[in-house]
Design a protein around this ligand. Structure first.
Ligand code: FES
Length: 150
């Protein structure tokens, strides 16, 4: 039984390795920064055209992103994309993080198959939405009371 399971796992992993980069598989199977962040300064959620949703939380000090986290109900590549976009954003200045694009996420994951490229766009768009939210709240702090945090 164990031998059969090991063989099956090996077969599945071989199939994944043909379609996805080692980095994508790593981030999909061991996602970084996964989970709801308590006491986040800002939160955003976007549902993409595929019907999958990504959520991002940011902790920001001044203009520096101290930490970020994500959740998604999407596929393995959306998990990898959320993991990577939060890795890319953490430690960055808001302006630098705002410039993180779909292509940056794709490059950092060593690419995604054509049909999965939109997962990287969902991740970068959700990050941008959270940053815009932060900028809005900075301009009009009273709005924070009306926004959902988690
Ligand atoms: Fe929709 Fe991956 S298939 S985000």
């Amino acid at each position: 039984m164990t031998d059969n399971l090991d063989e099956f796992e090996e077969l599945m992993l071989g199939e994944q390795r043909r379609n996805y980069s080692a980095k994508t598989i790593d981030h999909a199977m061991n996602p970084r920064n996964l989970g709801v962040m308590e006491n986040a300064d800002v939160y955003a959620t976007i549902t993409g055209p595929c019907g999958d949703t990504m959520e991002i939380w940011l902790k920001i000090d001044g203009s520096t992103i101290l930490s970020s986290s994500f959740m998604t109900d999407g596929c393995g590549t959306s998990i990898a994309s959320g993991s990577m976009v939060t890795e890319l954003a953490t430690g960055k200045d808001i302006r630098e993080a705002m410039a993180i694009s779909q292509q940056d996420v794709l490059d950092a994951l060593d690419g995604l198959p054509e049909e999965s490229r939109h997962c990287a766009l969902l991740a970068s768009n959700t990050l941008k939405a959270a940053l815009r939210e932060y900028i809005d709240i900075k301009k009009e702090p009273w709005k924070k009371a009306y926004r959902r945090q988690s």
